[in-house]
Design a protein around this ligand. Structure first.
Ligand code: NAD
Length: 360
């Protein structure tokens, strides 16, 4: 059956990088039998300008019907002074919430060609390939009660860290399932020595592990996990954790690679419908100059193929093509190293398309 992909270019460099991912998609359709149809819609500042809202009804309706959504980036200084509900970022938060995207996948892969971009020693990070699975719709960012009030003349702010067993179960199952397709190791990160919510988290994950005999599970306190990520990151395969710990650890893991223009992400719901986007923002400082790195978006497309369309072989083909292009010594300005040839956004996209036929 023909699968549907909704494409949301967004703002800033969004349209430029998404255009390159579309070229790759087009080549997969023409040459590798991928059966998909695409539609485009507005989100973010572009939608606010055209429709007066950062997530138009039409966009949301198309997103609900799609098997997957590929997004560029939203935001920019033009919209920063608007009221909160009109800001581009609201559109992104709203579409994540509306689609029930509870599982955020953030791979941190260090391509050997870029090993010296990391702040860590090459031998510590070379060949790094870890995946952080972060719970995205619960935990302290959403817990009630929350607020700022005054008690006995003293102002205080408070939030609530709460997870139910079903919430922990579904994110843990996602992590176990994915680990089964990787090296088969899951590290569950919590703070069970201090927090009751983490005790429940740990009990639940341990119980579920019984259903996955092929997977090795270990538990780690979040403070130790932060330390281990910069000390010996290659010890990890899949890391599963709650919303706030995952927010912090996934940025930390991402930066082990040193290249923001190379980092894809996926956010999935219970029907494997997903929103795929690069980790970086709309880079207004380089928008319209043809020098943005499209590889994070192209690698997000690879995740889309793997997790929402069940096209793992094509996903590997796309990832292989990115590796080939780096092997050829091509680099946009953000990743270019001595000895590499500098190319712009379009030439980089063309090179990936050309390498698709060779990769495999
Ligand atoms: P940013 O990620 O847009 O840019 C940070 C730096 O990285 C900039 O110097 C930029 O030029 C560079 N960079 C980012 N992506 C690049 C790419 N593909 N190729 C080459 N260089 C790249 O972060 P920021 O400057 O803090 O935010 C800019 C805007 O993006 C803000 O409006 C912010 O709210 C928004 N934002 C959106 C998202 C999203 O859409 N998911 C995420 C983060 C920030």
């Amino acid at each position: 059956m023909t699968k549907k992909i909704l494409i949301l270019p967004g703002d800033g460099i969004g349209p430029e990088i998404v255009a390159e991912a579309e070229k790759v998609l087009q080549a997969l359709r023409a040459d590798f039998g991928l059966d998909v149809e695409t539609e485009q819609a507005l989100i973010g500042g572009a939608a606010t300008d055209a429709e007066g809202t950062s997530l138009p009804e039409q966009t949301l309706a198309l997103a609900r019907q799609a098997d997957a959504v590929l997004l560029g980036a939203v935001g920019g200084p033009r919209w920063d002074a608007l009221e909160r509900h009109l800001r581009p970022e609201r559109g992104l938060l709203a579409i994540r919430a509306e689609l029930g995207l509870f599982g955020n996948l953030r791979p941190a892969i260090l391509y050997p060609q870029l090993a010296d971009a990391s702040a860590l020693k090459p031998e510590v990070v070379a060949g790094l390939d870890i995946l952080i699975v972060r719970e995205l719709t619960g935990g302290i960012y959403f817990g009630e009660p929350r607020g700022i009030d005054t008690v006995d003349g003293v102002r205080r702010g408070y939030n609530t860290l709460v997870y139910s067993e079903p919430e922990v179960e579904r994110i843990a199952r996602l992590a176990f399932d994915i680990a089964g397709k990787r090296q088969g190791r899951v590290t569950s990160v919590d703070k069970a020595n201090v927090l009751e919510v983490s005790e429940l988290w740990r009990e639940t994950v341990t119980r579920l592990a019984g259903d996955y005999p092929g997977i090795t599970l270990e538990h780690m306190y979040v403070d130790n996990a932060a330390m281990q990520l910069v000390r010996a990151p290659k010890q990890f395969d899949v890391v599963v954790t709650g919303n706030m710990f995952g927010d912090i650890l996934s940025d930390c893991a991402a930066m082990l690679t040193g290249s923001i223009g190379m980092l894809p992400s996926a956010s999935l719901n219970e029907s494997s419908q997903g929103l795929y986007e690069p980790v970086h923002g709309s880079a207004p400082d380089i928008a319209g100059q043809g020098k943005a790195n499209p590889l994070a978006t192209i690698l997000s497309l690879a995740m889309l193929l793997r997790y929402s369309l069940g096209e793992g072989v094509l996903a590997e083909r796309v990832e292989g093509a990115v590796g080939k292009v780096l092997d050829q010594g091509l680099g946009t300005p953000d990743i270019r190293r001595p000895g590499m040839r500098e190319v712009g956004t379009t030439a980089m996209g063309d090179a990936v398309v050309a390498a698709l036929g060779e990769a495999g």
